[in-house]
Design a protein around this ligand. Structure first.
Ligand SMILES: *Cc1c(COP(=O)(O)O)cnc(C)c1O
Length: 391
């Protein structure tokens, strides 16, 4: 199957038919789980194309190819977790580099930058807020002679702020920097940053791509840049935080239904956001699909829909928030997002608990903030659950 025909396919066709196709050895329609650490050579150095399973495994390769196709990229790399993928991307940087990031970052990314790479790689970081991250002048003000990368999350975590992908890609190109977008919250069924000229997309495939809350996995996809793909392939093998074949199989299986699931996630999230928006116990709702979201028009330009994540500030003190969270029956109180089941979290104590308190407050994360990952259940049941818990 040629690249040309793939390019003309829509995301749902790609999700099903992308990848390496039926297993060449057996004709199995679904690529089997190749549970092997190594592959026989017929003579020294004469291989089947597979050598040692850290360097490459057919099950992992099928997921990597399929995800790259769905993201509109040239090459994909699967990792043991989203953070392992991020750490390997940061290994592209020389010691002492500087990174500009958007402010709305996953707590674990924050921790990796500030509490690991600061110490081990002398990495320094400047965070700019979402409107600044879309503004070339504000980005330029953050440049230093050591700046080598721009890293953004959009929609941002946990406030769902939107960064302009065209602006980020153009800024990075103009200054010879690598641009990285964490596309976990949107997924490639909602937005494809590489098509905007971004260099690298990273994913926690634990979330929407896996989609069933049953794996931990990460991925990196690069655009049309063979040199960058080679460097990432080298690092994936040299650092070795690869995804195993069992998880690769589940990640590939999740990807099959990604566009279908996302349609329901987004439709439900919009209904939930509208319901919360008018509820007297809610101070403010943040959902990119609602017109009152500050990034709404930008979101509608670069996203197919508002996605499945909704944030809301509750009225009342921390005790009232805790009792709301405990009264929910369908929205389970748990870390993570992007699975078929609805989840709710309090970023203050959960996803962003590892971010310094003064920074949490400075960027607007308070104990009153709750983050909903709206699942694929019946919207009426989800709304009734929220209504009863707010009661
Ligand atoms: C969960 C998450 C990560 C980290 O991924 P893991 O698979 O948990 O290691 C990174 N970025 C975002 C936006 C996430 O939600």
């Amino acid at each position: 199957m040629t690249t040309a025909s793939r390019k003309s396919w829509g995301p749902s066709t790609l999700a099903v038919h992308a990848g390496n196709g039926p297993d060449p050895a057996t004709g199995a329609v679904m690529t089997p789980i190749y549970a092997t650490s190594t592959f026989v050579q017929s003579a020294p150095g004469v291989t089947t194309g597979w050598e040692y399973a850290r360097s490459g495994n057919p099950t992992r390769a099928d997921f990597e190819r399929a995800l790259a196709d769905v993201e509109g990229g040239s090459a994909g790399f699967a990792f043991a977790s989203g953070l392992a993928a991020e750490a390997t991307v940061l290994d592209l940087l020389a010691h002492g580099s500087h990174v500009i990031t958007s402010q709305g970052l996953y707590g674990g990314t924050w921790r990796l930058l500030h509490r690991v790479r600061n110490h081990s790689a002398n990495l320094s970081v400047t965070h700019v807020d979402a409107s600044d991250a879309s503004d070339p002048a504000a980005l330029e003000a953050a440049l230093t002679p050591r700046t080598a990368m721009v890293w953004v999350e959009t929609p941002g975590n946990p406030l769902l702020d939107i960064v302009d992908l065209d602006a980020i890609a153009a800024f990075a190109r103009g200054h010879g920097l690598l641009s990285v977008v964490d596309n976990t919250f949107a997924s490639p069924a909602v937005q494809r940053p590489l098509e905007h000229g971004v260099d690298i997309v990273v994913h926690s495939a634990t979330k929407y791509i896996g989609g069933h809350s049953d794996i931990i996995a990460g991925a990196v996809v690069v655009g049309d840049n063979a040199e960058l793909a080679t460097r990432l392939g080298f690092l994936q093998n040299a650092v070795g935080a690869v995804l195993d074949p069992f998880q690769s199989f589940l990640a590939r299986r999740g990807l099959l239904t990604l566009p279908l699931r996302i349609e329901r996630h987004a439709a439900n999230a919009l209904k939930v956001a509208r319901f919360l928006d008018t509820h007297p116990r809610i101070e403010r709702v943040l959902y990119p699909g609602l017109q009152n979201h500050p990034g709404h028009s930008l979101a509608m330009r670069q996203m197919a829909n508002g996605g499945g994540m909704v944030a809301a500030f509750l009225k009342g003190d921390a005790t009232a928030v805790a009792s709301f969270l405990q009264r929910l029956r369908l929205f389970r109180l748990a870390e993570s997002l992007g699975g078929v089941e609805s989840l709710v979290g309090q970023p203050w104590t959960m996803s962003h608990g590892s971010v310094a308190e003064e920074h949490r407050l400075a960027i607007g994360i308070t104990p009153q903030l709750v983050r909903l990952s709206v699942g694929i259940e019946d919207a009426d049941d989800l709304i009734a659950d929220l209504d009863a818990a707010l009661g």
